[in-house]
Design a protein around this ligand. Structure first.
Ligand code: COA
Length: 289
């Protein structure tokens, strides 16, 4: 696993312990990785949470671990973000247990490395469905409750689509859509007191996505101005701020948390060799090409 250094900023040294007491967080993709860390950090500041995903067993284990580490309540709600009915059901379970929703994280995502020429229509559609349609379905299922609480959305996007990045057409198209959806949501719902913002993580260490998407041998210190991979806590700290009353005048924004990477992004696969001769980079990539 690539190192993210020893730069873990602890939100409890900065934000009040009971910041989110009495509030409810609904998070898709909270079983693992970045979203798990956001949920755990929010729970350490008093929120009760619902984590939503496809893997019922994994969700139950994660919910138990989150309750144990924070002392707050966490409900695992098994649902596929691609299915509006399942999302409505997850929201129903949330309201039955907690009675309200204050914060929503649209975090469920899928990714793999593949050039357009070897992406099947179904492969492209699958990522659009999880990332973009999944975000839409999550918004639709929760909006009535977020209006009621004058709550707030955070969408987990990326920086991949700021320029053309080979092997990432499916995710770039999906995340560009997510950014656009968040801006419209901010404008449409702002008059009702609802906020919507995007966090765009760069390379974050110790996550499933990073371990599969980073070519073997990649050196973050050469490609990231701050000289290291991010930690999941770097993203969680940004989320705590954006959900807190300190950000009450912030909506329709994209917060990039990437150590400055996108300003100087290098092609992580050799260019144009990886396009002209995909076979030659197969050994750098986990999964199929
Ligand atoms: N390269 C090319 N195509 C791929 C692929 C890869 N590495 N992985 C999946 N696909 C294609 C499949 O072949 C299928 O297309 P087909 O029907 O034409 O063969 C299509 O994508 C759907 O794949 P499938 O595995 O059936 O869908 P799924 O809904 O079960 O899972 C993902 C889709 C993206 C979630 C899955 O690839 C996955 O589990 N990824 C790991 C989790 C992840 O990405 N986490 C977030 C990281 S940021």
């Amino acid at each position: 696993m690539l190192s993210s250094g020893s730069h873990k900023a602890n939100a409890s040294n900065v934000f009040r312990q009971d910041l989110f007491k009495g509030k409810i967080l609904f998070c898709t993709g909270g079983r693992s990785g970045i979203c798990y860390q956001i949920v755990e950090t929010m729970m350490s500041h008093g929120v009760d949470a619902v984590i939503v995903g496809r893997d019922a067993k994994g969700l139950a284990e994660s919910a138990q671990a989150l309750e144990k580490s924070t002392g707050q309540r966490c409900l695992p709600a098994s649902a596929d973000v691609r299915d509006p009915k399942q999302m409505e059901q997850a929201v129903k379970q949330t309201i039955e247990k907690f009675g309200r929703i204050d914060f929503v994280i649209c975090g469920a995502a899928g990714n793999f490395l593949a050039p357009i020429s070897s992406l099947s229509t179904n492969a492209f559609k699958t990522v659009i469905d999880i990332d973009l349609l999944g975000t839409y379905n999550t918004i639709k299922a929760t909006i009535a409750h977020i209006r009621k609480s004058k709550g707030s959305y955070i969408h987990i996007s990326a920086t991949l689509h700021y320029r053309g990045l080979p092997y990432q057409a499916h995710v770039s198209a999906a995340k560009a859509g997510v950014d656009a959806l968040s801006s419209v949501l901010a404008v449409e719902e702002g008059p009702r007191g609802v906020r919507s913002n995007v966090i765009a993580p760069g390379p974050i260490g110790n996550t499933e996505g990073m371990s599969r998407l980073t070519p073997k041998g990649w050196k973050p210190e050469n490609d990231i101005p701050l000289g290291r991979m991010g930690n999941t806590s770097d993203i969680a700290n940004a989320a705590v701020f954006l959900f807190s009353p300190a950000a009450s005048y912030i909506t329709g924004t994209i917060t990039v948390v990437d150590g400055g990477e996108h300003h100087i992004r290098q092609m992580s696969l050799p260019y144009p060799q990886s396009l002209l001769d995909p076979e030659s980079v197969k050994n750098l990539i986990k999964g199929k090409l």
